[in-house]
Design a protein around this ligand. Sequence first.
Ligand code: CA2
Length: 147
Amino acid sequence: MTRSILILNGPNLNMLGTRQPEVYGPTSLADIEALCVAKAKEMGVTIDFRQSNHEGALIDAIHAARGVHAGIILNAGAYTHTSVALMDAIASVALPAVELHLSNIHAREEFRKTSYISRVVVGQICGFGAAGYPLAMEALISYIGDS
Ligand code: CA2
């Protein structure tokens, strides 16, 4: 069976490439999706790439991943630093998950150093810009292995 992974993007990530390229890079979310589709082809997996600005919609997508996807890559945007509900959603589906950020959240404002998501994921990739997405795919697929 072809393995499938959910790549979920949170609030404001639809605005990538329009402002603050010095922080988040020049790449649009559509360009990042194309990068992930190419990587998925190379790795022989399928992806479901999504973005929502709504916490509940992100939670619904995580719940729906159960029994459908082998794992989750989550860039929760600013919800990373605030959302116990998203943390609980990841814990509730018991799927391996990788936390992803374009920027190095540990080198920025104090409030970005706190991540609720970190408590329930296998690991975190941050600071590599758009290149972090294919890196996260490699990390997750390697973690999942042949299971
Ligand atoms: O570095 C990341 O990937 C973040 O998850 C991006 C979030 C931020 O709140 C997190 O702390 C780290 C922000 C999403 C993108 O926001 C934009 C703001 C202006 C222009 C374009 C995107």
